[in-house]
Design a protein around this ligand. Sequence first.
Ligand code: NDP
Ligand code: OXD
Length: 306
Amino acid sequence: MRVVFCCTDTKAEPWLEGLGQALPGASIEVWQPGAAPADFAVVWAPPQQFLDEQPGLKALFNIGAGVDALLKLRLPAGAKVVRLDDAGMSVQMAEYVCHAVIRHFREFDRYEADMREGRWSFRKPRSRADFPVGVMGLGVLGARVAQALSVFEFPVHGWSRTPKALEGVRTHHGDGGFQTFLSSCRVLVNLLPLTPDTRDILNRQTLGRLMPGGYLVNVARGAHLVEDDLLALLDSGHLAGATLDVFRTEPLPTEHPFWRHPKLTLTPHTSARTLRDESIAQIAGKIRALQAGQPVAGVVDPVRGY
Ligand code: NDP
Ligand code: OXD
């Protein structure tokens, strides 16, 4: 069995070593143009040339949860696309989002500013009932985040394409449930995949439906958000602020107005990182299952786009 590794911006050696240990007897190499045909590929943002030269791949393992960049390419016919299925990401995402929501709700950003000024001053406690949180996308990451938020007793709403039942979460689905979902929330967390249906979904109209003084946490993809619409809603006061981990252009260009906006908290696409050991164990397990003719979780539907 041959496995090729073709991941842009990723140090190959530790992956090759880990995959080699997990798949004894397999040949595991970094892809080079003209390389022999492989059975499986481990990829992140591969060049089109790689895919064109490997028409016999049985499966492509994406070392991330989002497959939007991969699905833009011409893929080998018959190759399954398999996304990372949690692999240690959902707990990181839950930490990140709970931190962002709690920091805003408890006004810790203001206490930090007071502390820098040497000011001892209390703020009036806010009521959780006034801070319903909506999670867009109730998949592997969104479901975990929604349930983590419910532990802190925020009223939590969730929105997905198909109906879902999640303890502690009031769920909505489809186009029919979208407006009610939005208008039920003050804080909005985006964990949708980027597809033709969800591109630009965070815009003046949708964010405008949040309760006044709304707050956005975007941890999915930059292209979900219409940036000028966010700036306009922050400036009008309809939105109180946002925490953004993902951007239309990454790295965020130095001259971008987000950098200096006082109502924004930014992080560099780091809310849930790919954990190498967990990912290797998951991918190797799935390669063994596929070789044995067994089904695996996390296979992407290219028509649906996630
Ligand atoms: P999943 O595929 O497991 O879940 C996607 C969810 O979105 C599902 O609940 C799905 O609904 C819902 N959904 C998809 N399309 C629509 C639609 N048109 N309308 C309403 N709901 C929709 O994805 P994950 O939870 O694993 O990951 C989500 C995204 O998070 C990734 O695609 C990636 O872009 C981003 N991400 C960001 C990271 C970061 O570090 N910033 C790290 C990892 C991921 P249904 O359940 O009905 O199918
Ligand atoms: C992912 C990501 O999709 O890191 O996994 O954004």
